[in-house]
Design a protein around this ligand. Sequence first.
Ligand SMILES: [Zn+2]
Length: 198
Amino acid sequence: MFNFCKICLKEFEYHGIFKKTCICNSCFKQFKIIDQKEKINGVITHFIYEYNSFFKTQLFHYKGCYDYELRNIFLDRFKYEIKIKYSSYIIIPIPSSKKDDEKRGFNHVEEIFSLLNIKLIKAIYKNKDFKQSDRNKQERLKVKYDFSIQENIDLKNKKILIVDDILTTGSSLRSAIELVKSKNPKIIKALIIARKLD
Ligand SMILES: [Zn+2]
């Protein structure tokens, strides 16, 4: 079977377990898989890739140049594994700047994870619209005060998967975890596509 790679646009042959892949092997090899699991605020957090220059470029094309077709490439070969593992969970994405979403016409994280066909709720929202890069370090540490969780949302005894594209300082993830915890779910896990390793 043949398909066109969504990254290099070349035709490639695929078979076997990667039947549904949309990226060729030479592009796939440029992602650095780390498959790390780490507890953050008591929550097992799974990281798939390292945020290397290849990942950064692809994310920029998708998020910064609005190449919507690229939403498929990030979970690609992990999609089915994740779908099976978290089919009974509710996905809650970490919100990003509303202004950027409006400019882009889509929220990049929601679009990636909606491909899993798992229930997704935008339970967390930003109080004020700040961009992380516009803040100084001290302001970034106070980021938890900028997020809120929907007042009437019922997450009691539910299984929650918090998701995001990249982890940098971890402060957004920690605040999201604390907000979700306040709603007494049965279990919380987190899945972050790429992590910055310094
Ligand atoms: Zn390719």
